[in-house]
Design a protein around this ligand. Structure first.
Ligand code: 13P
Ligand code: ZN
Length: 273
């Protein structure tokens, strides 16, 4: 038995493979974190190493003090995760103040958790709070069609949510709350982490202009599914716009309301005309 035989580790590794195959993870692009349950921490514990140094994050969240996360490594390639998980991902423990991590497993050839760990961490904090602890996954990918749209649509939550909802009939069912949009910022630090987690108070997905997408969810399937659906919606929009004739017809606002009603979800009414 290896730690990577545990169901939670297999789920994490599978998502990395699936994301790579979608073309969302060139080189070291993108990152993934998962907040372990207490039972999963116990199951992983026999493989934990002690005594690694605490590393300050530059952000703090009291509600995540003492939690454990699986995280992709900074500079590591998603395409390599399944081949050598122990060298490309890690498990980190959060200290009692909720402002530093230390590695307890993985990255055996050296390295740190993703440079976006501050963003993941703050998003986990906010999403855990707003979902009563249900949210466990934060996933960042370099989704090409969505990135393309950030060059042509106004960078507002409303414009992106409407365009994505209207690109395919089931989109309002999958993300009825819409998406937030973070303007272009330098990645990898506390500033973009705080801007993103402000939006994550309202949304379970946030677009990073000219960069990619952050999605959150309770499990790997839901979170990957949200990323997949939003990127596919963006791809359809890009294809329609690429025909060069403008948009002749689309789903009406009342149509969006009707879909939401039929599927029993609450669509963000403030974005509808
Ligand atoms: P990491 O390799 O540090 O995870 O960075 C990749 C990335 O996508 C930064 O936004
Ligand atoms: Zn990125």
């Amino acid at each position: 038995m290896k730690i990577t035989d545990l169901e939670v580790m297999r789920g994490f590794i599978r998502l990395c493979d699936d994301g790579f195959r979608q073309g969302w993870h060139e080189r070291n692009g993108g990152n993934l974190t998962y907040r372990l349950t207490p039972e999963e921490v116990d199951a992983c514990n026999p493989w934990f190493v002690q005594g690694r140094p605490w590393v300050s994050m530059g952000v703090q969240a009291e509600n995540l003090a003492g939690e454990y996360f699986i995280a992709t490594g900074s500079g590591k390639y998603f395409r390599n995760v399944s081949l050598a998980p122990q060298d490309n991902i890690c498990i980190v423990e959060i200290n009692a103040q909720g402002d530093a991590w230390r590695i307890v497993w993985g990255l055996e050839k050296g390295g740190n958790p993703t440079s976006e760990f501050p963003s993941h961490f703050m998003n986990h904090s906010v999403r855990a709070e707003t979902t009563g602890g249900a949210c466990r996954v934060i996933y960042h990918a370099h989704t090409p069609s969505l990135i393309a749209l950030t060059f042509v649509l106004p960078l507002t939550d409303r414009d992106f949510s409407r365009a994505l909802w209207k690109s395919a009939t089931e989109c309002p069912v999958v993300f009825p709350g819409g998406v937030g949009v973070v303007p272009w910022m330098v990645p990898g630090g506390a500033e973009i982490a705080l801007a993103t987690c402000e939006l994550m108070k309202k949304y379970d997905a946030a677009v990073w202009a000219h960069h990619g997408l952050f999605c959150s969810g309770p499990d790997f399937d839901t979170t990957f599914g949200l990323m997949h659906t939003i990127e596919k919606a963006a791809d359809i929009t890009v294809r329609a716009l690429s025909c060069g004739q403008g948009i002749r017809q689309t789903i009406s606002d009342d149509g969006l309301r009707d879909v939401a009603k039929a599927f029993g979800v609450v669509i963000r009414e403030e974005f509808l005309d």
